[in-house]
Design a protein around this ligand. Structure first.
Ligand code: PHE
Length: 529
């Protein structure tokens, strides 16, 4: 707290005053100091025990503006009498008698027998008049008290005086009184402890009422926080993060490589956003940006256990053959291959090159998995990023949302292994007693929806989708026979909404988000329901 010079003076004056007199009334000692300044100075001194003080509330009689005017100039009746007396006679039409106060004054002057009417004129009766109204008001002005309580009502009714509340203080020396405010110590130092000066130091008292300044700062979005939770769990389980920068992908990676038939309703304009300019890309090939990121991340991760790599030939990476891979995919769709009987429809190459806003992160997983053909080995990959669907927006659906997805490749994987993995993964999120329900994905067989019991909602809720990737998907990529692969996916929004108690997804993402909500929700959740 900074005190200006004026307050500083007042505090010193109070110290002096209480030093000279056992008890002071601030209204008497400092009649002109504003009461807020007095209070600040008293607080400053009493918080240091230099004085003690009490506050008193009293009622005081004070003059109104009209009362002050009368105290200065005389009462209305006196002014009328005075004017008539000076003139000898005064016409009733004289402008001096026109005002409202002059009319009141006339009436009173008649009643007091100071003046009388003489035809159209006023003439004086009394030679001298005592203006008792003015005298009473002057007395009130000087003493703040009414001389004759019987008259008070009348003066109040005439609105010449009014009562008002006044706050006054009485003050006296405190145990630490001195003529000056001593320097206060704000920090206890090692030196003070060593030399014992802490014993006599004048410590500044703590102000427990002080509020901190609200800090303008960035805050983490709930989706970002839950995303971090998932990332930590997956990193701890030995996963590597896939590069998910490609929001725009081709029909090949998003659909064809995953055996979504070209005439499948999911590929309709109603379900998928297609890019119109440019509408299509070249044939499937490597993505240098994603490849560089993956190479770097794999080099720094612990996922690769060389002893598990039974494919000795793969110690030198083989070049990937995209022409062969594209032809394999076409063949599986059109005629069947790698043990699949195919969909048996004419496959359009143009469809494969169409640019789409990716509808699921499985497009990223397909891309990352096919790279394993260069050097087949076990791996655990995950991604958490945005996907786009041309949906009608409602309380639980947006046209864009986030998916958490993982793929695990290893030799001789089984469905039981997938279930055990899911139990471990969701167990880390606090979700136990999982239930699995057969489902369908064009790229996995078998496929399972995953359910967990929600203690808040008291029912089973779907928490994810999963499956074993089809052999024709992995073999078409050029991966070896024995290498199997699981995958799973879930939305990031759903667990976030449950954890943060949000009912409408639009409160979480998009232009309707209340920034106050983002700023005020806890930085860390301690619940693990
Ligand atoms: N892509 C699936 C979805 O959008 C999730 C999934 C990923 C399922 C991988 C199986 C394997 O729901």
């Amino acid at each position: 707290v900074t005190t200006n010079g004026g307050d500083q003076d007042l505090t010193l004056q109070i110290l002096h005053a209480v030093g000279q007199q056992p008890d002071i009334q601030t209204s008497d000692t400092f009649p002109n100091a504003p009461s807020t300044d007095i209070k600040a100075a008293l607080d400053r001194l009493s918080s240091r025990s230099m004085i003690e003080y009490e506050q008193h509330t009293a009622e005081e009689i004070a003059l109104t503006a009209e009362g002050r005017q009368i105290a200065d100039e005389g009462s209305h009746e006196f002014k009328v009498w005075d004017a008539v007396r000076q003139q000898g006679r005064l016409s009733l039409k004289d402008p001096a008698l026109a005002s409202k106060s002059a009319k009141i004054g006339q009436g009173k002057a008649f009643a007091l027998k100071w003046v009388k009417k003489d035809g159209e004129n006023l003439v004086p009766i009394a030679d001298a008049a005592e203006d008792s109204t003015r005298q009473v008001l002057i007395h009130v002005q000087q003493h703040k008290m009414f001389p004759d309580p019987k008259q008070l009502k009348d003066f109040q009714k005439r609105q010449l005086v009014a009562t008002q509340k006044v706050i006054t203080y009485s003050a006296r020396k405190g145990p630490r009184w001195a003529l000056e405010i001593p320097v206060e110590v704000t920090d206890l130092t090692a030196e003070m402890l060593a030399d014992g000066s802490w014993k006599t130091a004048n410590f500044k008292p703590y102000n427990f009422q002080a509020l901190g300044e609200p800090q303008m700062a960035g805050s983490l979005h709930p989706l970002g926080k839950v995303r971090e939770e998932f990332r930590k769990i997956l990193f701890n389980m030995g996963f590597t993060e896939m590069p998910t920068g490609r929001f725009v992908d081709t029909g090949f990676w998003n659909f064809d490589a995953l055996f979504v038939p070209q005439q499948h309703p999911a590929r309709d304009l109603q379900d998928t956003f297609y890019v119109s300019d440019p509408p299509s890309a070249g044939p499937p090939g490597p993505d240098p940006v994603a490849d560089a990121a993956l190479t770097e991340m794999e080099a720094s991760s612990f996922t690769v256990d060389p002893s598990k790599n039974t494919n000795n030939a793969a110690s030198t990476p083989q070049p990937l053959n995209y022409e062969q891979y594209s032809a394999n995919i076409k063949q599986v769709h059109q005629d069947g291959a790698f043990g699949s009987i195919g969909y048996r429809y004419p496959y359009a190459d143009a469809e494969t090159r169409r640019l789409v806003l990716r509808t699921h992160t499985t497009a990223v997983s397909a891309y990352c998995l096919h790279r394993l053909a260069a050097n087949p080995r076990p791996c655990k990959y995950f991604s958490i990023d945005r996907v786009f669907r041309n949906e009608s927006v409602d309380a639980t659906h947006l046209a864009e949302f986030h998916q958490v997805e993982g793929v695990l490749a290893d030799y001789d994987l089984t469905l039981g292994g997938l279930q055990a993995f899911m139990a471990k993964f969701f167990g880390a999120m606090g979700l136990t007693d999982l239930k699995f329900k057969p489902a369908y994905n064009p790229y996995t067989e078998p496929s399972m929806e995953i359910f967990a019991y929600h203690h808040g909602l008291k029912k089973l809720v779907e928490i994810g989708n999963s499956g074993m990737f089809r052999p024709e998907m992995l073999l078409a990529m050029g991966l070896p026979e024995g290498l199997r692969c699981y995958g799973f996916g879930l939305s990031l929004e759903r667990p976030t909404m449950i954890k943060y108690g949000i009912k409408n997804i639009r409160e979480l993402l998009g232009h309707k988000v209340d920034l106050g909500f983002i700023e005020s929700n806890a930085a860390v959740r301690l619940d693990r329901e």
